[in-house]
Ligand binder design. Structure first.
Ligand code: HPA
Length: 251
């Protein structure tokens, strides 16, 4: 069976429905991951859970040790990562409350440790990244969302910004011109590192606000938190169904 991990983002620092069996505090050659890996079962399916921002949500997006997170999961034997992210909506249809299963990425982040091929150990590879997300796992997420009747966009381009501040209206207008459907701060370099590590990776993105300049109302943290609270239970149900071994065949 594929060894699966879920990386939880904002609103999912704890996976309440996970039955925790073991806690693993790992140290990688890139440092410590955001938290101990929680090994357990989700509705009977073995999964490993890692909260990206740490157990108390203290790590801002640019300070997350993405390399340590991915290296720890790889070293633990994980083969596929399902990442949960909270995002702003840019494209038509990406309204708050919708779950997007993106199929593309544009990376606007900077200054992050973004590769395992940093020239320090004499190895180099240029991994293929034309299709940044795992097609079979995207299909499983989409199928699970549909069978639960959750509001979803089956495709979209995830624009990864540096944060922790939100974007300006002009930045979002540029991202819309670029073709971004959603905007978040943690989708990269996580996805690229997973690819470099040879792991399958798919992103389940919950839209929690209209991105800057797209609504008459200013973005408020209270609104974001309310959308997160309302939407995250659907995301967890979707994940539980998607990981169930008997749900559909997945390579
Ligand atoms: N921008 C960037 N990241 C986000 C947003 C946003 O509007 N909403 C949630 N995460």
């Amino acid at each position: 069976m594929t060894k699966l991990a879920i990386i939880g983002g904002s609103g999912l620092d704890k996976l309440g429905t996970l039955t925790v069996l073991h806690e693993h505090r790992l140290l990688t050659s890139y440092g410590a991951p955001s938290a101990a890996l929680l090994e357990g079962t989700l509705d009977g399916t073995p999964v490993v859970f890692l909260p990206r921002h740490g157990p108390t949500h203290a790590l801002p997006p640019h300070a997350i040790n993405y390399r340590a997170n991915i290296a720890a999961l790889r070293d633990f034997g994980v083969e596929t990562i399902l990442a949960v992210t909270a995002v702003g909506g840019i494209g038509a249809g990406a309204s708050p409350g919708i779950i997007v299963i993106p199929d593309q990425i544009i990376d606007y982040t900077w200054g992050r440790e973004h590769t395992f091929y940093d020239g320090k150990d004499g190895t180099l590879d240029h991994v293929e990244f034309g299709t940044p997300y795992s097609a079979p796992w995207r299909a499983r997420l989409i199928a699970a969302g549909h069978s639960l009747g959750l509001p979803m966009l089956e495709t979209g381009t995830y624009g990864a910004t540096q944060g922790p501040r939100l974007e300006t209206a002009a930045e979002i207008a540029r991202m819309a011109r670029d073709g971004c459907t959603i905007v978040g701060m943690t989708g990269m370099p996580e996805a690229a590192l997973a690819r470099e590590a040879g792991l399958g990776y798919a992103n389940c993105a919950l839209v929690v606000n209209w991105a800057a300049g797209l609504s008459d109302l200013a973005i408020s943290l209270a609104d974001i938190e309310r959308e997160l609270k309302d939407g995250i239970s659907g995301v967890v149900r979707l994940l539980s169904l998607a990981v169930r071994a008997d749900h559909s065949p997945a390579p």
